[in-house]
Design a protein around this ligand. Structure first.
Ligand code: XIL
Length: 381
């Protein structure tokens, strides 16, 4: 057999290496072509996943999610009505799949949520005596949090305990357990999940009055010697009305408490609504006037959405040391909860990917904030 000269082998290998490197750098100067990659030194980029997506039955999402996102939150399947449907009877099937999905794709999972007044199973809503309710509360937190201790990155331990004026929301938890139920929830979660980050999560807590309530709540938990690692600002905002000033103040004030700040359910509503926030019990009757973009989004709105996302992410980048994660509430427009709430059957466009899972102009704005800057930094002197 004829021997191939070593110099040829070397030349061929070098060109193969060079070719494969250049072909993997597709779009930008920095080489980052996805959100998770572009923001990897800043904060996690997350998405909410529905059960189809967790089970990888949605083929578009199955490809896109692991490429674009480094964190995920189950949209519904860890809520009490699904994970704890009957007294003492847990259904961990989908939650276990979520954990396995995260492990497989190197995606950090945020558990959502241990204690929330909404999506509670009927038996829990109907518990009358205080001792039985205490048993439900303790068993629920302890069983779920300990099962996933160290396997899940974080928990929204308590969701939406506050009113808009910063006082405690009227709920079955407040009614049966009193003002201290939030601290007690964190105390139980800390015991059951010493290796998981523990967060308080709410909407509109960037607004001054509700923010003051959240700060008081967090200080109360800390004063009791109980661990809280972060706060999640849900971030259900409106086109052309992103409260940038309040968001900035909130990042500063919450992080001054020694905790991380997260944006946990980001979406930007492009349709009309006469109230802010995300109180799931608020509903508005459908009406064609409230659903103007059934056949597509006008360019002007598309552009405004892109600008809003750009300005928001500029602010996030400025505070990257204080922010741990930014999570979108859904992967693509077609699956957003805003198609069904607060008005049923609307065609909404709040996310970065369209109904075909294609990136929208807003996506490119968010990506380019990192890739263009990186490209600048890499310019030779
Ligand atoms: C929503 C889900 O997206 C919907 O599918 C479900 O029908 C209702 O709940 N605040 C929260 C989330 O913390 O859990 C809510 O999610 C949206 C508002």
């Amino acid at each position: 057999m004829k021997r191939i000269p070593l110099i040829w082998v070397t030349a061929v290998s070098i060109s193969v290496i060079l070719f494969s490197c250049s072909s993997s750098k597709k779009v930008t100067g920095s080489g980052a072509t996805t959100l998770r990659d572009a923001y990897k030194n800043d904060f996690l980029i997350g998405t909410a996943l529905n059960s189809q997506q967790i089970e990888e039955k949605d083929s578009n999402a199955a490809k896109l999610v692991p490429e674009q996102f480094s964190a995920a939150t189950p949209e519904n399947i860890m809520k009490a009505e699904i994970i704890h449907p009957q007294w003492g009877n847990y259904n961990f099937d989908l939650a276990d799949k979520m954990i396995a999905y995260g492990k497989k794709h190197n995606i950090l999972i945020n558990g959502h949520t241990l204690i929330w007044h909404s999506q509670l199973p009927a038996y829990a809503r109907n518990i009358k005596d205080v001792d039985s309710f205490k048993t439900f509360f303790k068993d629920h937190i302890t069983t779920i949090a300990s099962r996933y201790n160290g396997k899940i990155y974080s928990w929204d331990v308590v969701n939406e305990a506050l009113n808009e004026d910063g006082t405690m929301r009227k709920s079955i938890f407040l009614d049966k357990l009193g003002d201290d139920f939030v601290t007690e929830a964190f105390r139980l979660a800390q015991k059951a999940a010493p290796n998981t980050n523990l967060y308080y999560n709410d909407y509109n807590i960037e607004q001054p009055k509700k923010r003051a309530g959240a700060i008081a709540l967090i200080k109360k938990i800390q004063a009791a010697g109980v661990r809280i690692d972060g706060v999640g600002i849900q971030g259900h905002w409106h086109l052309n009305k992103i409260p940038l000033k309040e968001i900035e103040e909130s990042i500063q004030e919450f992080s001054a408490l020694g905790i991380k700040v997260m944006f946990t359910e980001l979406d930007i509503e492009v349709l009309k609504r006469d109230f802010q926030g995300a109180d799931v019990s608020q509903r508005v009757a459908s009406n064609p006037e409230l659903n103007p973009y059934v056949n597509g989004l006008p360019d002007s709105v598309q552009l405004q959405l892109a600008n809003d996302y750009e300005n928001l992410f500029k602010l996030f980048i400025n505070y990257k040391d204080k922010i741990d994660r930014v999570t979108f509430w859904g992967v693509s427009d077609g699956q957003s909860w805003l198609n069904g709430w607060p008005v049923r059957g609307r065609t909404n466009y709040p996310l970065l990917f369209d109904r075909q899972y294609k990136p929208k102009p807003a996506y490119y704005k968010v990506l380019e904030l990192k890739t263009k800057k990186n490209a600048e930094q890499q310019k030779p002197f």
